[in-house]
Design a binder for this molecule. Structure first.
Ligand code: C2E
Ligand code: MG
Ligand code: MG
Ligand code: MG
Length: 313
């Protein structure tokens, strides 16, 4: 990949003017190449916005979310997940697997995020049809959410796949909230009117504005992995989480603990009142076939003796 970029840089250098910083040039070339390959991948997605054959190299993987309030009392969930987060995966025939951390910013800068986001939305709706009774959360980029057509796109997708809005959740980050609060609130209410749930992603890192919670029609708060992982290293962190949970609950907002990797963390977030857990401990992002196996497990049964049966971490 880097070699291709370098040889391209050399070739263009031979044609005359050449005043580039080779390092900068390589980065620019790689971004350009990523953009070009991503555009090609998106062109392979069918007109209906889905890609049943997987020819685009784009895939959605699904990470399970488990309900901690409806728990059988065993330490690790043994029942079916209540929902999933869809996470994009891209395996390009030329570039190999590329992380979303790398290509999402490129998609955002180039405007390809609109087509990419539309693909994620429709691919998720197609999956929801195959999995009755479950819910899926998707990540929505600022540039996608801010488009005037966004609510219509969601409404159309739900209609085309015959789904009720309650099965879809949209994850927005706090970063997005800052810009146009009133406009954002209005749009969120339009989405809520479709039954769609909205969650605030990556909460607890960056500029966490608790005040936003009072204004935004949010159903779910996703406490960031970095915050969860600080619970056992940073004194006071558990008390902060406890306060966040109390505030969220007082507003009727559920709390998801993200990035839970250890039994100790699971015990703590459960004790502090988090409603849902999502992390490598309870399940990594997986392909739809593996996710379907989890869905075939028995549904959770409400436990009235949850507190008594909880193992202490
Ligand atoms: P995110 O929305 O905060 O997603 C959670 C990320 O944390 C995922 O990384 C997931 O694989 C990872 N994760 C989950 N549990 C654990 C854990 O226990 N330990 C650790 N170390 N990591 C865990 P991933 O899939 O690489 O995605 C990274 C980011 O890329 C996402 O962060 C999201 O911001 C963005 N992204 C992914 N898919 C999409 C998409 O379809 N659209 C948009 N706009 N962004 C996406
Ligand atoms: Mg997310
Ligand atoms: Mg997150
Ligand atoms: Mg995150």
């Amino acid at each position: 990949q880097a070699d291709i970029a370098m040889s391209q840089a050399k070739a263009s250098g031979r044609n005359g003017l050449c005043f580039y910083d080779p390092q900068m040039n390589r980065v620019a070339q790689e971004r350009g190449q990523l953009e070009q390959r991503l555009r090609l991948a998106l062109e392979r997605v069918t007109a209906s916005g889905v890609d049943p054959e997987g020819v685009s190299g784009l895939n959605l993987w699904y990470q399970p979310q488990y309900d901690l309030t409806q728990d059988t009392g065993s330490h690790l969930p043994v029942h079916a997940p209540c929902s999933f987060e869809a996470l994009i995966r891209w395996n390009d025939p030329q570039l190999g697997p590329v992380s979303p951390v790398v290509f999402i910013p490129v998609a955002e800068d180039s405007g390809l995020i609109v087509a990419l986001g539309q693909w994620v939305l429709r691919q998720t709706c197609a999956q929801l049809r195959r999995w009755p009774g479950t819910k899926i959360a998707i990540n929505v980029a600022a540039a996608q959410f801010d488009r005037p057509e966004f609510v219509d796109d969601v409404r159309t997708a739900l209609q085309d796949f015959g789904l009720s809005g309650e099965r879809l959740e949209l994850e927005l980050t706090e970063r997005q909230v800052i810009s146009d609060l009133d406009g954002m609130v209005r749009k969120m209410h339009e989405l809520r009117a479709l039954g769609v749930q909205i969650s605030l992603d990556d909460f607890g890192v960056g500029q966490s504005a608790l005040g936003h919670l009072l204004k935004l029609p949010v159903s779910v708060l996703k406490v960031d992995r970095m915050f969860v992982q600080s619970l056992h290293d940073v004194s006071g962190a558990p008390r902060v989480l406890q306060a966040i949970v109390a505030l969220a609950h007082s507003l009727g907002i559920r709390v998801v603990a993200e990035g839970v990797e250890t039994c100790e963390q699971l015990g703590t977030v459960r004790d502090l009142g988090c409603d849902l857990v999502q992390g490598y401990l309870t399940g990594r992002p997986m392909n739809p076939r593996d996710a379907a196996v989890l869905l075939a497990r028995p549904a959770p049964t409400p436990s009235t003796t949850q507190a008594a049966t909880l193992p202490t971490p």
